[in-house]
Structure formats: structure tokens, C-alpha cells
Design a protein around this ligand. Structure first.
Ligand code: FAD
Length: 325
């Protein structure tokens, strides 16, 4: 589990840093911004300071400002892989909304705030195949490179040529190929950086293959149909909670066999449609989700001997979290 328990900013720091960000970077910040609405699980407390990067200029400025002031930074894409703690995230939270794109067939370069679903339709419109799987991923390109997101037998690593990454250590920006990004099953080097000083994806280039629009459209329709039948859509969730084990049954099968579908803690329950999804009935808290995930992990370990590893990120301050099951 990735966790970032960092010091809460004082009211004075929030005011001073917010004013400085506005003056030096030209981006407005808000204080104590509730984050639940920026995540698909719809849980999570406030960010000490919150800003939206509408373009790469703002993104670079915010990352470098945070570095220069030793201000803890947390990046938010579409919040579709996150359970943010009820206590929230300390430091500066930047939502990445840089959404520029350039098609130079057979390549497409997109800024990191571009939704993956849009990448799939940009490719379709240009008569290119290879990123249809991106339609299934309700996150941004930045979040997808970070996680090496994948679906339907494909993943980011299979089509990524290079990504530009702003270093969390010194603010320099470098273009890295998939090897240097360390892309592996739902993993990348970016996942293992220091809390509060993340490496930040600025843009990414994908190499695709020419195809005809009707074929790609057909494939996108199949993916839409598959998701409607197999995933709990339209209810808050963060996708698959656990990684699939390297061998043997999938995490979903193990949870299903342990009889855990429908199990509930507070407002969080194991989806009846897909056992590896935890859904929020709208009244759940982050602690409900985490307690339920922990209960699922323990029960599966007891029944099948497999220790499931979370795929979702438990972000923010979990210091006060107590396991009450
Ligand atoms: C219904 C549903 C279905 C899903 N299906 C799939 C699936 O089929 N396959 C799959 O792989 N995933 C799936 N997911 C999970 C999720 O959509 C992906 O992991 C996605 O890549 C997360 O992107 P995001 O923008 O939402 O990232 P967020 O959840 O906002 O952030 C996740 C992590 O990425 C970091 N991050 C975000 N942007 C950047 C950036 N620009 N640079 C560096 N770090 C960054 C964040 O700091 C955070 O640590 C699903 C989720 C849901 C809700």
C-alpha cells in the first residue's frame, strides 16, 4: 500500500504558500478542499492546499514550486485508483488537467491529463488501432503510465514509446522509454518514489498501427459491452482493489470462492457483480473501504492461503485509522 502521511500545514502556511503560488506560478489555490468529489470512490477528506494544473506550464511551475519549498506534493488524475483517507492529504494536491494532444499517425502524443477514454477515440478518429483498451480505464494518461494500466489483454507498456517525466527530486524533466520507466504488470518506477516528492508524468507518446475506423469502432463497442456486463458501473468504486496473483485464480475468483460477495462494512460492500470491486453506497467513508479491504484480505488468506496485495492506492493521512474488525 502506498501511503503518504505527512505533516499538516498550519493555517498560516496555507495562506502564505497559497498567496505565493498565485503570485509566482499564476495558479489559484484553495484551502481545505474536500477531495472526495475528485475521486471515483467518492471518499476522502480535504487537501491542505489544492490547485488545478490546466496546462503543462502550470504543472511544471507547481511541481517546481513544491520542490523549491520542500512542500509535500500529491498528484491527482481522475482519482480512479485511489482511496483517500478521511483525514485528507497534507501539503499541496495538484489535479492534472493538461489535456493537449497531437496526432502524427501512427503516433499520438498526449498531455498527462488527457482521459484514457479520449486517447482511445483520438486513435479511432485517426484510423489507428492499439489503444482500444484505454476506453476501459476511467483515469488519465498520467495515472495510466504511473500504474502501467491495462485491460483486455493490452497495457500501456505495449504501446508507449516514451514519456516525459518531471523529477520529484530536482524538478528537471527527462524523456524516458518504457524500460527506464520500469513498466511491469500494473507497476512502474514512478510508483516507488518518495512520499511527497513524486516524479510527475508531463506527456506521453504512443505508437499505434493503421486500421480502419469501422474495425476499431467494433472493438470499442465490444469493450463497452464487456464492461457493462462485468463491472459495477454507475456506482462509486476504484476498480480492482487487489492485484491478480502471479499464478492461480484471479483475485476476484479467490474473493468469490471465499463467499465474500455482498460483505459490507458501513457504506462499503464487495460488489455482487465483480468480487474484486468494493463499491460505496454513497454513505461510505474511507475507513469503511479500508476495513472491508482488510477483512477481505484476511479472509482470503485464511481460506486459500493467498495473501492478496492491494492495487488501489490508500493515499493521504491514515495515521488515525484503526482497524475495527
Ligand atoms: C470502474 C473502474 C474500472 C477500472 N478498470 C481498470 C482496468 O481495466 N485496468 C486498469 O489498469 N485500471 C483500471 N481502473 C483503475 C484506474 O482507472 C487506473 O489505475 C488509472 O490509470 C488511474 O488513473 P487516474 O488518472 O484516475 O489516477 P489517480 O487515481 O488520480 O492517481 C493514481 C496514482 O497515480 C498518480 N498520478 C496521477 N497522475 C499522475 C501524473 N501525471 N504523474 C505521476 N503520477 C500521477 C497519483 O499521484 C496516484 O498515486 C479502473 C477504475 C475504475 C473506477
Amino acid at each position: 500500500m502506498t501511503e503518504t502521511a505527512l505533516r499538516r500545514l498550519s493555517e498560516d502556511e496555507k495562506l502564505r504558500l497559497g498567496t505565493e503560488i498565485q503570485r509566482r506560478v499564476g495558479v489559484k489555490t484553495s484551502r481545505d478542499e474536500p477531495l472526495a468529489r475528485f475521486t471515483t470512490m467518492r471518499v476522502g477528506g480535504p487537501a491542505d492546499l489544492f490547485a488545478v494544473a490546466h496546462n503543462l506550464f502550470e504543472l511544471r511551475g507547481l511541481v517546481r514550486f513544491a520542490r523549491a519549498r520542500d512542500l509535500p506534493l500529491f498528484l491527482l488524475g481522475r482519482g480512479s485508483d485511489l482511496v483517500i483517507s478521511d483525514a485528507g492529504v497534507h501539503g499541496l494536491v495538484v489535479q492534472v488537467r493538461a489535456e493537449g494532444s497531437r496526432v502524427e499517425a501512427p503516433r499520438i502524443t498526449v498531455e498527462s491529463g488527457v482521459p484514457m477514454a479520449r486517447l482511445s477515440t483520438l486513435a479511432r478518429d485517426a484510423g489507428l488501432t492499439g489503444v482500444e483498451f484505454a476506453l476501459a480505464i476511467p483515469g488519465t494518461v498520467g495515472g495510466a503510465v504511473w500504474a502501467n494500466a491495462g485491460a483486455h489483454g493490452a497495457d500501456v507498456a505495449a504501446v508507449l514509446v516514451e514519456a516525459s517525466v518531471i523529477s520529484g527530486d530536482d524538478g528537471t524533466e527527462r524523456t524516458l522509454d518504457p524500460g527506464r520507466l520500469g513498466l511491469a504488470y500494473r507497476d512502474s518506477r514512478l510508483k516507488h518514489g518518495a512520499a511527497g516528492r513524486p516524479d510527475v508524468v508531463a506527456w506521453a507518446t504512443f505508437a499505434l498501427e493503421p486500421s480502419d475506423r469501422a474495425t476499431v469502432d467494433g472493438r470499442l463497442d465490444e469493450i463497452r459491452r464487456w464492461r457493462r456486463t462485468h463491472q459495477p458501473l454507475g456506482v462509486p468504486s476504484a476498480g480492482s482493489v487487489f492485484r491478480n496473483p502471479d499464478q492461480g485464480p484471479s483475485a476476484g475468483e479467490l474473493i468469490d470462492r471465499a463467499g465474500l460477495k455482498g460483505m459490507r462494512v458501513g457504506g462499503a460492500s464487495v460488489s455482487e457483480r465483480h468480487a474484486n470491486f468494493i463499491v460505496n453506497d454513497g454513505h461510505g467513508t474511507a475507513a469503511d473501504v479500508r476495513r472491508l479491504a482488510e477483512l477481505v484480505r484476511r479472509t482470503v488468506a485464511e481460506r486459500s492461503g493467498v495473501d492478496l496485495v492491494p492495487e488501489v492506492v490508500f493515499a493521504g493521512d491514515w495515521a488515525g485509522w484503526k482497524e475495527a474488525v
